[in-house]
Structures are given as C-alpha cells and as structure tokens.
Design a binder for this molecule. Sequence first.
Ligand SMILES: NC(=O)c1ccc[n+]([C@@H]2O[C@H](COP(=O)([O-])OP(=O)(O)OC[C@H]3O[C@@H](n4cnc5c(N)ncnc54)[C@H](O)[C@@H]3O)[C@@H](O)[C@H]2O)c1
Length: 82
Amino acid sequence: MVTGGAGFIGSHLCARLLEQGHDVLCVDNFGTGTRANIAALFDHPGFELLRHDVTMPPILLKNSLRALKSTFLGVLRPLPQS
Ligand SMILES: NC(=O)c1ccc[n+]([C@@H]2O[C@H](COP(=O)([O-])OP(=O)(O)OC[C@H]3O[C@@H](n4cnc5c(N)ncnc54)[C@H](O)[C@@H]3O)[C@@H](O)[C@H]2O)c1
C-alpha cells in the first residue's frame, strides 16, 4: 500500500514496486496528487487505486481486518485440533 501514491514521489514509488513484481494499492485523496501522475499504471494488473483520505476513519483497515479474520478462521477451523 502506497499512501499518497498519486503524488510526485508516491507515483514513482508505485511504478517501481510494480516493476519489482509487487501488487500495489495506491491510496490517495487527490488533495495535491493527480490521476495523470498514475495514468500509466491503470492498465497494470497489479495496480489498484483507492480514493481515500488516510486521516479519516479507517474504512479500508476495517474491511481488511474483516477479510483477514475470514481468511484466518476459514483456514483454521477445518484443521484438526492437535
Ligand atoms: N517535476 C518535479 O520535479 C516535481 C513535481 C512535483 C513535485 N516536486 C517536488 O516533490 C516534492 C513533493 O512531492 P511529494 O510526492 O512529497 O508531494 P505530493 O503532493 O506530490 O504527494 C503527496 C500525495 O499525498 C496525497 N495526500 C496528502 N494527504 C493525504 C491524505 N490525508 N490522504 C490521502 N492522500 C493524501 C496527495 O494527494 C498527493 O498525491 C516537493 O519538494 C516538490 O517541490 C517536484
């Protein structure tokens, strides 16, 4: 996850991480950043964009924790107790 990913530094960081084979979630409120900075990344299969102010209530974190819990319990529950 790159916060401020649509900014000057963030957009270059997103591009570099994608080049290295990482998946990238770019989070930006477009206060100063622009879609133009990341336009070249939109077609990359590993790139996702979330328009969100990181100082606001953590909707993303809440959803991520729910997903994590589902995944963890989904794997743990079917396993036999040892
Ligand atoms: N061509 C150039 O050389 C060039 C171009 C632009 C900037 N600069 C320089 O780069 C430096 C600034 O670059 P930067 O990348 O640090 O700044 P930036 O403003 O480009 O990037 C910050 C990013 O964070 C985002 N952001 C800010 N608050 C946020 C929040 N609460 N939630 C989500 N996103 C948020 C902004 O929308 C922006 O996309 C300055 O020194 C500037 O002079 C140089």
